[in-house]
Design a protein around this ligand. Sequence first.
Ligand code: 2AM
Length: 176
Amino acid sequence: MSEQKKLFFGISLPEESRQGIIQWRADTFVAGTGRPVAAANLHLTLAFLGEIGEEKSRALQRLASRIRQAPFTLTLDDAGHWPRSGVVWLGPRRSPRGLLQLAELLRSQAARSGCHQSTMPFHPHVTLLRQATQPVSLPPRNFSWPFRVERFALFQSIYAQGRTRYSEVAAWPLSQ
Ligand code: 2AM
């Protein structure tokens, strides 16, 4: 059997937005609120695939390469806390149609290939803090990070020496 890898489709954030966000996070949340996600790991998941083998990964990459969609602007201007999963997140108050279409397509292709998809509605988010299980005081919604999304990627989640990092396996441009 081929080696299994933990994979997901997602969008990475531009370096400038990442730096702005981690500075804002440090200024906004008191130390000990949770475990901060490393700047390089800030991303938005479109479709989680879980542990899959090479053959399924290649089939999903072929399908992803055929997606024809225009770029869109994503504005991170909302924040929230999910106490059960211990996640503090940033997301858009209004999701661009292009983002929802792209996630819907990737999620349905994943489901048809046997990758279980959560029955919960897709809630686009960038995880900022993990293990935040105590009540969190959320900041006023006076922040906004807009950026252009011109590509999406398949990432591998690699856990080594107590750290998780996400490595890009392949990426595709958004262009019609
Ligand atoms: P999270 O940030 O909300 O934890 C890599 O693990 C990425 O896949 C993370 O963005 C994570 O979301 C997401 N992820 C992990 N397990 C998942 C699952 N079972 N369903 C949906 N997304 C998942």
